[in-house]
Design a protein around this ligand. Structure first.
Ligand code: IVH
Length: 673
């Protein structure tokens, strides 16, 4: 292969820098300096050199922005510092409460300086730069583990692939966080295009951004009009700017796009003014925002305040009130949930609310139906707040068509036609027939869901088929399914049947909290299931626990405790559990995970001579939620290094593992968890 001459090398480096400068002018500063044709010429020359001298090709080349070969699935990546979520407020009073808690936490009476930032409605991502190069980009995921979507993020033209040499030196590791969005104008154009190609249009800009980023083929991502706006850096590494406003300055100087409406505001009154202002300009913006993020500006104050569970005490999302829309009620249907609750559902003429097309809305229960007195043909007001299920809030009586008939509540279950009842003290009507087909289907769907036994491929449609074929009466029956039985179902080929059986088999080893959740005990969601597993450790302990013992568990109230006791009292449920055991479900002992500690989820290796024996530091790390292993690998987060370190230090340097000394370890510990 031909070796590039020094001239070619220089030309190549210059071209890379020049193209990135134009990317920046065009995508970040909105001030293009050359014509598209001149840009294409530079780009073609770059590609020519790379083709001729493939050895030159570097990961920060603008050519890497066109997308890589499709991948089979996204790898999981752990965030060194968890990506937190935010507490929410919707009124000035609630914000003033938040502010009071901040001042109490900081033991001060003076007004707090906040940064106020539009809350962009896209997808949160993290970009990891090592020695100035973008090496990993990931989604937020569950906050601790995200998906590695580096190839896709590299296609976003306003994301720097390389930082300045000075920043690279100052921050050998820099983790930038922000939001990927699709502008409204670009979204509309893209949808028109998709529709004219008879492809499925995107529901809203957030789905547009999320769907485009989660493409396994990054060439598709490259074709989508996405932009990244940075709003912070994670606090893994010192030195660090001293405040949020300094961070924003640093990011801006490095060429990251920053939202133009971020600003400091001191005290509740000024923050409230900023909120009013943002609300008023919202309709003029070419991107969707769902509120304002308010952050305590000073980082040492942030550290003092720390966090509660997964949200910081130093920031809050001040959300806009739910959006309203008017439409026509075309009919009312009654749906039966897995617990037998009957819910009236409004069938609406499709209408756009907060960026989503809505055609169904909950009418909750009979009392609500009576209160609203909705009738077919009525014009109704529909509300949707964030991810919440839309609901009908009001009927516009003046526009009621003549002769509109009231909706009559059914006397029997729409699924099994048995009489339905309204239990004392409940607003809901229930079908009490445990063999009701809708309930069987609902329980199976819940059992197999992602938070439950996570049986991939077993969704609503298949649950319905399995029930209709009489193959499943209760969820435990899935463990007795055979391939022959599956093959009798519509649209079921050999491959799909085998995949399903494999997924069922994997679920036999589900962790205890999943099993508890999957049972579908009323009121026991994922959080309660985890608390129960943490507290009781085994399934048998749970099944044997008295109502009183359950009530005494922190986080489990009397109603849930009662529901659990009742669940295990029912013979049908005990039979189902026996069937699961016979079907090979393991019911593992639950290892309680440490959920607190400044070093939670970090892996350390200790080397060299320290001021105290290694076991001392090992115990210290472990008691703060960290893990200590013997050898340095890619998965190591920190090498704690004393005097006279040898091969481990070298390996850490080679792998880019962060090396810290004893004092830096103690600094990490003093950080708020
Ligand atoms: S700060 C602890 N700043 O809102 C700080 N988040 O739950 C957490 N978001 O999806 C994030 N604009 O991506 C922050 N200026 C902003 C933001 C912002 C949008 C999103 C974020 C996440 C959600 C926070």
């Amino acid at each position: 292969m031909a070796k590039p001459s020094a001239d070619i090398r220089t030309e190549y480096e210059k071209l890379k820098a020049e193209i990135e400068r134009h990317n920046r002018l065009y995508y970040v500063e909105d001030k293009p300096a050359i014509s598209d044709a001149a840009y294409d010429q530079l780009f073609d020359r770059l590609l020519e050199i790379e083709q001729q001298f493939p050895d030159l090709l570097s990961p920060d080349s603008p050519s890497q922005r066109v997308g890589a070969a499709p991948s089979k699935k996204f790898e999981s990546v752990r965030h060194r510092v968890p990506m937190l979520s935010l507490q929410k407020v919707t009124t000035v009073e609630e914000f003033a409460d938040f502010d009071r808690r901040v001042r109490e936490g900081l033991e001060t009476d003076t007004d707090i300086e906040y940064m106020v930032e539009p809350k962009l409605d896209g997808l949160a991502v993290e970009l990891v730069y090592r020695d100035g190069l973008l090496v990993v980009g990931s989604t937020r995921g569950d906050g601790v583990n995200g998906e590695n979507i580096t190839a896709n993020l590299k296609t976003i033209r306003n994301i720097p692939l390389k930082l300045s040499a000075q920043t690279a030196r100052q921050f050998p590791l820099l983790e930038v966080r922000g939001e990927v969005i699709m502008k409204l104008s670009a979204f509309k154009k893209l949808n028109a295009q998709l529709e004219s190609n008879e492809e499925q249009p995107l529901a809203n800009t957030r789905n547009g951004a999320a769907g485009s980023l989660r493409q396994l083929d990054s060439k598709i991502t490259a074709s989508r009009p996405l932009l990244f706006y940075a709003y912070g850096i994670s606090d893994t590494e010192l030195p660090r700017p001293g405040s949020q406003s300094e961070t924003i300055e640093l990011l801006k100087a490095e060429g990251f796009s920053i939202n133009e409406h971020m600003s400091p505001a001191r005290g509740v009154t000024n923050v409230a003014k900023a909120f009013e202002k943002l609300s008023s300009i919202r309709p003029t913006l070419d991107y969707e925002i769902d509120g304002m993020v308010v952050k305590v500006n000073d980082f040492s104050s942030q550290r003092t305040l720390g966090q509660i569970s997964r949200a910081p005490r130093w920031a809050v999302a001040w959300k806009f009130a739910a959006e309203l829309a008017e439409t026509i009620l075309e009919g009312v249907e009654f749906s039966v949930g897995r617990t037998g609750v009957i819910t009236p559902v409004a069938k609406l003429k499709p209408v756009r609310v907060s960026g989503v097309m809505v055609s169904n809305a909950s009418l909750h229960n009979e009392d609500e139906l009576t209160r609203l007195d909705v009738r077919c043909g009525d014009t109704v007001v529909v509300r949707r707040a964030g991810d919440v299920i839309p609901e009908v809030v009001e009927v516009i009586l003046e526009r009621r068509p003549k002769g509109a008939k009231p909706v009559s509540y059914p006397k029997t279950c729409p699924s099994c036609h048995q009489p339905i009842e309204r239990l004392e003290g409940e607003a809901a009507h229930r079908c009490l027939n445990v063999a009701c087909p809708a309930q069987i289907e609902g329980r199976l769907f819940h059992f197999a869901s992602k938070g439950g036994m996570d049986i991939e491929g077993l969704g609503g449609k298949l649950a319905e088929q399995l029930r209709d074929a009489g193959l499943v009466h209760d969820p435990a029956d899935v463990y007795a399914l055979t391939k022959e039985q599956l093959l009798t179902l519509d649209l079921m080929g050999d491959k799909r049947a085998q995949n399903l059986l494999d997924a069922i088999d994997r679920s036999r080893h589900a962790e205890l909290p999943r099993i508890i959740y999957a049972l579908g005990i009323i009121g026991v969601g994922e959080t309660a299931a985890r608390i129960l597993a943490d507290e009781l450790g085994t399934f048998d302990e749970l099944a044997a626990a008295s109502e009183e013992r359950l009530q005494n568990i922190n986080g489990i109230g009397p109603t849930i405790a009662g529901n659990i006791a009742q669940f295990f009292h029912h013979k049908a449920n005990r039979t189902m559990i026996d069937k699961m055991k016979r079907g090979g479900v393991v019911f593992p002992v639950h290892q309680r995970k440490q959920t607190r500690g400044a070093l939670l989820g970090r892996t350390f290796v200790i080397t060299g001579t320290l001021s105290q024996p290694r076991d001392h530091f090992k115990a210290l790390i472990e008691s703060n939620g960290g893990k200590v292993t013997d050898s340095v690998t890619k998965k190591t987060d920190y090498l704690v290094c004393g005097e006279d370190a040898g091969s481990k230090l070298e390996k850490a340097k080679k792998l880019g593992v962060t090396v810290i000394d004893e004092q830096a370890l103690l600094n990490l510990l003093s950080r708020e968890p």
